[in-house]
Ligand binder design. Sequence first.
Ligand SMILES: Nc1nc2c(ncn2[C@@H]2O[C@H](COP(=O)(O)OP(=O)(O)OP(=O)(O)O)[C@@H](O)[C@H]2O)c(=O)[nH]1
Ligand SMILES: [Mg+2]
Length: 318
Amino acid sequence: MTADAVNRILAGDVRAAARLMRGIEEGNSASFDLLESLYSHTGNAYIVGITGAPGGGKSTLVDTLIGAFRKRDMTVGVVAIDPTSPLTGGAILGDRVRMQQHCTDPGVFIRSVATRGWLGGLARAAAGMIHVMDAMGKDVVLVETVGIGQQEVDVTRLAHTSLYVLTPGSGDSIQMMKAGILEMADIFVVNKADQEGAYGVKMELEAMMAMQGEHSDLAGQRKPPVLLTEAVHGKGVGDLCQEILKHREFLISHGQMASREQARVRLELSEAVESALKELIDAGTDRALYEKLVDDMVQRRIGPQTAASHVIEKLTRS
Ligand SMILES: Nc1nc2c(ncn2[C@@H]2O[C@H](COP(=O)(O)OP(=O)(O)OP(=O)(O)O)[C@@H](O)[C@H]2O)c(=O)[nH]1
Ligand SMILES: [Mg+2]
């Protein structure tokens, strides 16, 4: 059964892959076992993260990027992570409709992940989805997330090349500095360049990076390029595709691919350790003791740290 599913996914079977992805999304442990069997077949896809504020045009950009990669005869997987933000609640339907033009192309596979109410780590689910597409033989995997929280920032750490999308007039550059995005992105995209102020945003970003370069030891390192695009008209997207491939070449020629891969894998391992520990804790916790401790805390007989140490002590003794 498992071997059959593995073989079908390796052969690029969309239905088998979709079933596994649904299992991952649901946090189903058998699905994670199956994923484990696929792991040795992964590590070939080039992973590109696309993040940015809600409504910046990420999905439109992904849609046109698919076309640009297909023109180069590269197959493409897309993982669109539906944010929990009520602001963008309709994202899944929107993404499906937007990317529909590629739905009959066997070289393209698109999945949305709903994260609402998802208990496992978002990065873990996203990593799982990426592995499935990688095992299916997709050359490039595009991962779209809304860059609002730490979890989403973590997801972009799963990428080889991280794009950050911003728009004119959104005034988010100061926010980016605060969130540390400036250091995280490999390529900046000022989308909606048909609107006023796009060039100003580019100048502002470049000035910010130059300033930061002076105050840190980044001198001599690669400066992330800032590209202007009009995703909705497909303008600048060919250049963006080329810039992504250029970054890949840069990583390879500067011996940085291995360290990126290590950083990616390190994140995955820590997520896996955390969720395995959570499962152990859930399974091994003495419920009666737990309830008694809750009661003790309510009565202010003990504090949370002491209560936790009782739980841990019981866990490690059993
Ligand atoms: N004027 C203009 N509008 C654009 C451009 N690119 C995208 N849009 C529009 O911006 C809106 C949001 O685009 P999406 O691609 O859904 O943006 P998103 O970043 O994926 O949005 P969320 O996933 O909801 O965060 C849509 O109405 C697009 O048509 C552009 O280059 N210029
Ligand atoms: Mg979107």
